[in-house]
Design a protein around this ligand. Sequence first.
Ligand SMILES: Cc1cc2nc3c(=O)[nH]c(=O)nc-3n(C[C@H](O)[C@H](O)[C@H](O)COP(=O)(O)OP(=O)(O)OC[C@H]3O[C@@H](n4cnc5c(N)ncnc54)[C@H](O)[C@@H]3O)c2cc1C
Length: 409
Amino acid sequence: MQNTDITIVGGGSAGLTMALLLARQQLRVVLVEKGAAPSLTAVPAQTGAAPEYQRVSALNMASRNLLQQLGIWPQLLAGAAAYTDMQVWEADSFGRIGFSAAEQQLEALGYICDNEHIRQLLYSQLQQYSNVQCYFDVAISQLKQGEREVMLQLDNNELILSQLLVGADGVNSFVRQHMQLPLTHWDYQHTAIVAKIRCTEAHQLTARQVFLTSGPLALLPLPEPDLCSIVWSAETAEASRLMALDDNAFNQALCAASQAVLGPVKLVSERQAFGLTMRYASSWQRGRVVLVADAAHSIHPLAGQGMNLGLMDVAALAQLIGEQHMAGDDLAATPMLRRYERWRKAEAQSMIVAMEAFKRGFTAKPALLKLLRGAGLVAADKLPWLKQQLMAHALGLKGDLPELVKKTG
Ligand SMILES: Cc1cc2nc3c(=O)[nH]c(=O)nc-3n(C[C@H](O)[C@H](O)[C@H](O)COP(=O)(O)OP(=O)(O)OC[C@H]3O[C@@H](n4cnc5c(N)ncnc54)[C@H](O)[C@@H]3O)c2cc1C
């Protein structure tokens, strides 16, 4: 039997970041992950090899600040693409808007990072803390909570008692289901196809997104000048058709959908498909159990904000836990967990609403709506104040930020 302060279920970006934030505050942490440990021998930042870019995320400035504070940013940046421009347009219309880092006096608008590289660097950083113990390749056989502690039993017979359990176990969270935390969800009726492509023309560190009537297609620049990651979200029947095409036919369909903005393109990876569902837990905490990141909410990837949102959850929760710890108070005190829930729910809700407005707005087909959309984009493109507001939201530097994220050095 092991006594610890906090147990974290899930070793994705959220769970590992949470572990690191708590470890730095001298708390005793146990992290439990059902999958394999991130490789420490093949960390691109250390071997000099490029990451695989099988799954990537566009991280914003707020996430960059957090990862900087955690000491992994320089290494992550070495394998990331810092994009300086963004172009968004609507197919078959005159609607178009562009953003540039130079216009905002910034070094970049965001960073395309490899998801596994993020995990590897976080896990590698965790190695220096003897107050963190990680269990990989294990399943949970029991989760029970009492008045003073939470008990987690693993299938390797390990028994872990802690003051607080954090569910960071992703969209199908076992913790959320086991605790019967109610979930609101709806199917976006979109499937996202993710792949890596080579383009004929250089991407020039520009992130591009074209809104087709069947859904958005994003072309995200990677560090090599002709390499991009795509996230092509389409109505599910259309996505199944695209997945069934052979590589040549898919390349042609992709080139046509992107309006050949980067010339003819060629797949250089397998295609992966992800069904997209909006999920929002209406309660994020019960007793000594609390949810973070995708376990609490998941959104459409069209604005690339899911991981950013999750990282801010863990920074906020770790800050409040730290305050309890300093004061010698219960690490699972209900007022503190409710404060966290109120704080982060507000951010998650506004993101869910924005994603829904974008998705509905851009897939609505009537001609008048199309005209208004086009006119709206062109008008927004010409209004510096409005563009600045839109940009500030995308950079993640608006709203009630956790203290650590406000630090830029
Ligand atoms: C197509 C697509 C594109 C995206 N692009 C972006 C983007 O550009 N920018 C962005 O910010 N976000 C993006 N996202 C969202 C982002 O990928 C997620 O928000 C983020 O990865 C969630 O991290 P997490 O740690 O909460 O969950 P996960 O990464 O899912 O990690 C959860 C972990 O918990 C483990 N686990 C699950 N169940 C158990 C259990 N019972 N016991 C133990 N462990 C368990 C899993 O094995 C996993 O390792 C995108 C999402 C999709 C689908």
